[in-house]
Write a protein that binds this ligand. Structure first.
Ligand code: NAD
Length: 429
């Protein structure tokens, strides 16, 4: 039986390397589609959770993990030698930036080294981690071909960007269209066959480079538009115009406008990071990505702007940040998630800490945090008392917004969560 027949008959064994926000939902989706799925992770605690039938990602239901484990279609392991049994392998490991804002490919390379040890004829390998155009062809392909196999004949290689949007109730792994680009037409065909069996819509493109760039265009589009609207927010504040009202009215235009909203800065593992993968690669060809750099500059200045707004709010009470009791609502980078990677709330905490504020926070999704020498535990919302200023950093739906302006002397609202409330103690961006 060849790979395509194995996929079509659901006899193909699918491996997913990296069981995080991207890998876990994907593994569950393949198991639901009828495949025998093995998840691989270096983190033994995730492996143990999955094997116990428990989900550790908010968007993935424990029932779905438990069902897959119970019927014997889903399991996890730290033992990479099991890769030898796989017919198809998806790589979903992190792609962070180094301090210098250069790509850190170490996780992708280490996963590929493991695959190279166990690669065998007929195997399909798909990279899903967001990365610069050329990674699949320049980094992965030579590592596998060094084993004496030819791509498109002996093994199949493709790139398919993940588009998971945590906490999105409408779009999930299943119903979000999936872009797929293979190294050769045979690679594309194999990868399209695999995803078509687990995802509603598959969008083939002609190369791995195109597929890699699609993801970076999508995320750069968001980073640049958020940068633009953040700059408009700073401008509107100087002009005494409510930027939120401007956006609400502008978005009534039924064509040619798409609303983006200002905020305390970018967060998560994608939007603050991915555009720099593109600008790094473009620099190798002597091209400067000015939009990306400018948006990065504006977006990364937002936490200090929020601190300026807190300072302006405290000033109305003749108070300094030094010694003020400041309480942050929301530490996660966005609404209703627990992910605090790159969260601007952490930058705001650090800036306030350096200026001598007494800090506390509430986040139902983040029970405790350690940032530098700051160790804090989330305070239940109804126990927050005696503070000088509340700062809404993340607009979790769980918060009781209506009560805030009455309970706290000052409220700095970075998300327009108090929309429609014009109490004089509210300070918007
Ligand atoms: N989180 C998102 O919303 C999102 C959306 C789209 C794309 N992505 C991209 O997907 C990729 C994965 O992101 P994530 O958020 O799932 O990361 P994550 O940190 O949640 O998960 C990655 C997992 O990989 C494991 N891992 C690291 N090195 C490994 C190795 N060598 N072998 C086996 N396991 C290894 C880690 O232990 C971790 O469990 C990144 O490239 C990211 O940019 C993320």
């Amino acid at each position: 039986m060849n790979l395509k027949q194995k996929i079509e008959s659901r006899k193909a064994k699918v491996g997913v390397i990296g069981l995080g926000y991207v890998g876990l939902p994907l593994a569950v989706e393949f198991a639901k589609a009828g495949f025998d799925v093995t998840g691989f992770d270096v983190d033994a605690s995730k492996v143990a959770e999955l094997n116990a039938g428990r989900s550790y990602i908010l968007d993935v239901k424990s029932e779905d993990v438990a069902e897959g484990v119970k019927v014997g279609r889903l399991r996890a392991t730290t033992d990479m030698s099991k890769l030898a049994d796989m017919d198809a392998v998806d790589i979903c490991v992190p792609t962070p930036l180094r301090k210098t804002k250069d790509p850190d490919m170490s996780f992708v390379v280490s996963a590929a080294e493991q695959i190279a040890k166990y690669i065998h004829p007929g195997m399909l390998i798909v990279l899903e981690s967001t990365t610069y155009p050329g990674t699949t062809a320049e980094v992965l392909q030579p590592m596998f071909e060094a084993k004496g196999l030819t791509v498109g004949q002996d093994f199949f290689l493709a790139f398919s960007p993940e588009r998971v949007d945590p906490a999105n109730e409408k779009y999930t792994t299943r119903n979000t269209p999936k872009v797929v680009g293979g190294t050769t037409p045979a690679c594309s065909e194999a990868a399209v066959a695999l995803y078509s069996s687990a995802v509603d819509t598959v969008v083939p493109v002609t190369s791995t480079q195109v597929a890699e760039m699609v993801k970076l265009l999508e995320n750069t589009f968001r980073a640049v538009n958020i940068g633009l609207v953040n700059e408009i927010a700073l401008m509107a504040n100087r002009m005494n115009i409510d930027v939120w009202e401007v956006i609400d009215a502008a978005k009534t235009k039924p064509f040619g406008f798409m609303p983006f909203y200002p905020g305390p800065g970018l967060g998560g593992h994608c939007i603050p990071i991915d555009p720099f993968y593109l600008s790094w690669k473009a620099r190798q060809t002597g091209f400067e990505c000015r939009f990306i750099e400018l948006a990065g500059h504006v977006n990364s200045s937002m936490p200090s702007y929020v601190v300026d707004r807190i300072s302006a709010a405290l000033n109305t009470k003749k108070k300094a940040i030094n010694g003020a009791r400041i309480h942050l609502f929301g530490i996660a980078y966005k609404r209703d998630v627990s992910d605090m990677r790159e969260s601007p709330a952490l930058d705001i905490l650090e800036l306030l800490h350096r200026r001598g504020a007494e800090l506390s926070y509430t986040d139902p999704y983040v029970p405790a945090l350690k940032e530098g020498d700051l160790c804090l535990q989330s305070v239940a919302e109804d126990k927050v008392d005696g503070i000088d200023c509340a700062v809404i950093c993340t607009d979790h739906r769980a918060f009781n917004y209506a009560a805030m302006p009455k309970r706290f002397p000052l409220v700095v609202d970075t998300r327009n969560a108090l929309k429609g409330n014009d109490a004089p103690n509210i300070f918007r961006l």
